[in-house]
Design a protein. Sequence first.
Length: 225
Amino acid sequence: MSTPRTLHPALRFAVLMALVAATGVVAVWRTRAGLPLTPDAIRAEIASWGPLAPVVFIGAWALRPFLFFPTILLFVGGGLAFGATWGTMYSVIGGTVAGVITFALARALGREFVQTRIEDRFPDLHEERWGPGLVFLLNLIPIVPITAINYGAGLSRISLGRFIVAVIAGLTPRALAYSMFGSSVVNIRSPRFIAAVVLLVVLIVVPAWLRRRLLADVGKVKAEG
């Protein structure tokens, strides 16, 4: 019986692409089925599990990449169900588990093919700048898709340990902002709600500014060299 490592790299990569395509099919089905996708619906579902709610919530995060479930709804729903502190903690744990799973899939099924066959099309995957710093920055920005980050990191040369540290560091402020938002959305005039909105804006604006500044500095160095 063939194992992932004994399959041809192109075949493993095809399996990875099929898996990604399947998640898209699930997303289309979910949309057409009209399943409730609101923070309140998620909070109610979480609450129905009683003492097992944290475990179920973390499990939902772990399965999220394959269900194409919007992360913002889990973030906000977690804040509604558990409050800002526990909602943040459970989201970071679940998001990290999901990250490790998708990272491992990309590393096992796609990295060898990408590294040996289409290196010229994905030069960033071969450079050190696709490392902990970039993974941290991308996880920090609320509008960047988390699953895409995890798959991209799995195809790169970053180690699993550094990836996990970068995910936790970047995901925590993002989870905190959305959890605070969810826990205080019933009172939009509360200081916590205002702080959550400010934090979300900061997480969008500051990393974008830092990225432009970094690219400008790199351009100057190359020009001077």
